[in-house]
Ligand binder design. Structure first.
Ligand code: CAO
Length: 427
């Protein structure tokens, strides 16, 4: 039995943020029914395609362990079927542009009438306020949530990060909101509205930067390397390059081979507790007792210079040798691992964090499995559904429709027939 066995999710999500959330719930054991527009489906099925006519990696990597039904929720018959699904599900998740569900005729008030136990969960770009009606994509959220203004190098432009903190990050926030609402329903017997706004999610992940904004009112941020460089602070939390966000200074330094390998770098942290070990390792044993270096406070105005010296040492070793030398001495550090290296990492394969999946039209590909491991509810990654693959199955199993009803709904255009027709064509 999986942790969320018996929970049925009506998945109206598309692109990345919503699908991240429902994929996670599916990995925990929920039955996730993905509703897609007949003949069209989630737009990402066709985006960034690498293999002609096969669902893209963008889609397959975000929609594992789900079932797909194609349903036109704007047609009369489609709305009737949708209502049936709302009654049969515990949670409905969506990340349409603001107001799309209301325009279809399904306001929160109406949904509560249809099924008062239903949890209605949404991702939106912004919460209530001046921007609530805006459409939002990942990088917009990174910019409006405080990440871009604090990412990048001092003097350079604001920078977005490769980590999809706006989309996948908000999907994670929403998943927590949903299981919390499910837990609450155990006691209240009622569903509730769950909203995760992308701006809020990004800001939550940038919490330490709002911390620094307030600290700035009381003087310079001494742990930023900018302080050691003698550059004055402005009014807002600055871009911090590779400075650590906490109280233990860190930086990315070059390793052997950096001239030709763009990832021959290591993140090195000068944790105060192991300062003596660092001094011995880099060949500066005098710094252990020297009044300019011995105490963390004394080192703050020399952080860039200290990392220059550390780099002289790291440049004599490759990034793995640096780690091997540092680990026994308890010096925290991490090699910069490329996607190529991560894809080949055996330990990630063993834990199911990287999984090879087989797909009928695209063949084998790699994906990131469930990063959250439950001892009694391990996640098995099952390939994403083809468009409308489970339409008939869902209509008969969940809504008890017979073949005649299903054929009528197809003839009406309320549900799609793409899977049956592509299967027939293949045969
Ligand atoms: N049957 C009938 N109509 C359907 C349907 C179905 N099964 N599924 C979707 N539709 C309709 C919607 O009702 C909407 O119609 P209206 O515009 O008439 O109301 C239409 O399809 C398009 O939906 P959309 O506006 O959400 O899609 P978009 O491509 O224009 O915008 C996005 C995409 C992501 C910008 C927008 O959905 C959004 O801002 N979502 C909220 C924030 C979010 O999640 N952003 C992150 C996306 S992940 O990178």
């Amino acid at each position: 039995m999986k942790a969320l066995d018996g929970v049925r999710i009506l998945d109206m999500t598309h692109v990345q943020s919503g699908p991240t959330c429902t994929q996670l719930l599916a990995w925990f054991g929920a039955d996730v029914i993905k509703v897609e527009r007949p003949g069209v489906g989630d737009a990402t099925r066709g985006q960034l395609r690498d293999i002609p006519d096969a669902d893209s990696l963008y889609f397959t990597m975000l929609n594992h362990n789900k079932r797909s039904i194609t349903l036109n929720t704007k047609s009369e018959k489609g709305k009737e079927i949708f209502e049936g699904l709302l009654k049969a599900c515990d949670v409905m998740v969506e990340n349409f542009a603001p107001g799309a569900l209301d325009r279809m005729g399904f306001s929160w008030e109406r949904i509560q009438e249809i099924n008062p136990r239903l949890i209605y969960a949404s991702v939106k770009g912004f919460g209530p306020g001046p921007y609530e009606d805006c459409k939002v994509y990942e990088n917009v959220a990174q910019c409006t949530g405080g990440s871009a203004s604090t990412t990048g190098f001092l003097g350079g432009p604001p920078t977005v990060t490769g980590a999809q903190i706006g989309d996948s990050g908000t999907g994670l926030h929403l998943a927590l909101g949903i299981v919390t609402a499910l837990y609450h329903r155990e006691k209240s017997g009622k569903g509730q509205r769950v909203l995760a706004a992308m701006q809020d999610g990004v800001l939550n992940l940038c919490r330490v930067k709002l911390r620094d904004q307030q600290r700035l009112e009381h003087g310079p941020l001494k742990e930023y390397s900018q302080f050691g460089q003698g550059i004055e602070f402005g009014e807002a939390t600055p871009r911090a390059g590779n400075d650590s966000g906490g109280g233990q200074p860190g930086w990315i330094v070059k390793c052997k081979g950096w001239e030709t390998d763009p990832d021959a770098y290591v993140y090195f942290i000068t944790q105060a507790a192991v300062w003596g070990n660092i001094c011995d390792l880099i060949g500066e044993p005098d710094w252990k007792e020297h009044p300019d270096y011995a105490k963390p406070e004394a080192r703050l105005d020399k952080i860039p210079q200290i990392f220059d010296r550390i780099e002289e040492w790291t440049k004599t070793k490759n990034k793995f040798e640096v780690m091997e030398a540092c680990n026994p001495l308890n010096i925290p550090c991490g090699p910069i691992l490329s996607m190529k290296e991560l894809a080949a990492e055996p330990s990630l394969r063993e834990t199911g964090t990287i999984v090879e999946v087989d797909h009928p039209t695209r063949g084998k590909y790699l994906t990131v499995g469930n990063p959250i491991k439950l001892s009694d509810s391990p996640a098995e990654v099952v390939r994403s559904p083809l468009l409308g693959e489970h339409t008939d199955e869902i209509l008969s199993e969940v809504l008890d429709m017979d073949n005649e009803d299903i054929a009528a709904a197809k003839a009406d255009g309320a549900v799609g027939d793409e899977f049956a027709s592509s299967k027939a064509a293949a045969e």
